[in-house]
Design a protein around this ligand. Structure first.
Ligand code: PAP
Length: 345
């Protein structure tokens, strides 16, 4: 396993400054070839407006503009052997894991009390590859010095093949789908902010059960990475949100080792692992200046406050939202789909 040692200090907010200053609402025209392909795909409005509309591609409902990005990535993304790509189904712990990866990589680049995570949202530190390609700003991805930390919500079968064939490391995080649903529901409520057409919780629940929601079906998303992590465990680590919550220090060490910058004995005895865990903790991130006031641009034409990404940060909140029947039905659907693959919810 590569050990990167010290990672170059990023002159913050470079290259993220480029992101902040770029015209967020300008989507690069898809190439004619992509246009033609997109026009042939089944289209479905998304119940959650930030993923609207969705196209069915390789068995997954992908938000159209993210699919434009994915197709551009397929043609132009050049993986580097030292790349670290965080992948998740939305609302599974992306923001947290972005913070963990970034803090781990840059722990010697900044004094921890002046770390950029005190003032920046993790999404400003670790960009979404398909979004940058979709919005015509792939130069941001190229400008990040190695080892790059980036992220994606794309299913494994839609990631460019060059990634699967490369030495890049993939960190996949998944979460109990019932809590994913609850998190997505609250997020949707916030971004729709009192609009008349807010979907009901039951509608969102049905869409998840049917697999017709952004990047869904969730079970195939998870299974794609699970299978690949069994094939190539040295290149794909498969983490569960609930397990990280239970044992954050253990997982922080495992993550550091996997991404090529393990903690030294000296760091461990000085409590650096605990400090990184604390820096990335829900309360710390939620209450940081950057997250209280910042506006994200996760999707075009929609301003999403960073604060929406920090709600409860707990496991099992679904018990406050789903009836027993609803929980059992969703569990049964997922269990049926993942049966035989050696994976448990
Ligand atoms: P995204 O896919 O839109 O980026 P993502 O970050 O994956 O969202 O998920 C948000 C969830 O992670 C929220 O869960 P909740 O609604 O159930 O509360 C959010 O609170 C939680 N979260 C964010 N940061 C942390 C953290 N540091 N520790 C634990 N959970 C966190």
């Amino acid at each position: 396993m590569t050990n990167y040692g010290s990672v170059p200090r990023l002159d913050f907010p470079f290259p993220y400054k480029i992101i902040e200053e770029a015209n967020n609402h300008l989507i690069e025209r898809p190439s004619e070839e992509h246009d033609a392909l997109l026009a042939t795909l089944p289209l479905q409005p998304s119940i959650t407006p930030h993923f609207n509309p969705m196209l069915l591609y390789k068995g997954f409902w992908i938000p159209k503009f993210m699919l434009q990005g994915a197709l551009a990535m397929e043609q132009r993304f050049k993986p580097r052997p030292t790349d670290i790509i965080l992948v998740s189904f939305p609302k599974s712990g992306t923001t947290w894991l972005k913070a963990m990866i970034f803090a781990t990589l840059t722990r010697t680049s900044y004094p921890l009390d002046q770390h950029p995570l005190h003032t920046h949202n993790p999404h400003q530190c670790v960009p979404f590859i398909e979004r940058e390609f979709a919005t015509g700003r792939s130069q941001i991805i190229e400008a990040i010095p190695s080892p790059r930390a980036m992220s994606s919500h794309l299913p494994f079968s839609i990631l460019p093949k060059t990634i699967a064939d490369s030495d890049c490391r993939i960190v996949y995080v998944w979460r109990d789908p019932k809590d994913v649903l609850v998190s997505l529901w609250h997020f949707t409520e916030k971004i729709m902010g009192g609009a008349d057409k807010i979907p009901t919780f039951e509608q969102l629940y049905d869409s998840l059960c049917q697999g017709v929601n952004g990047f869904g079906p969730i079970w195939n998303h998870v299974l794609g990475y699970w299978e690949e992590s069994k094939r190539r465990p040295e290149k794909i680590i498969f983490l569960k949100y609930e397990n990280i919550l239970q044992e954050p220090v253990k997982h922080a060490k495992q993550l550091a080792h996997f991404i090529g910058c393990p903690y030294s004995e000296a760091e461990e005895s000085q409590g650096v692992v605990e400090q990184i865990v604390e820096l990335c903790s829900f309360q710390k991130l939620k209450n940081s200046d950057g997250n209280k006031s910042g506006i994200s641009f996760a999707v075009p034409d929609q301003d999403i406050s960073y604060s929406y990404l920090f709600r409860k940060g707990e496991a099992g909140d679904w018990k406050n939202h789903l009836t027993r029947e609803m929980a059992e039905r969703l569990d049964t659907i997922i269990e049926e789909k993942i049966k035989g693959f050696g994976l448990k919810i």
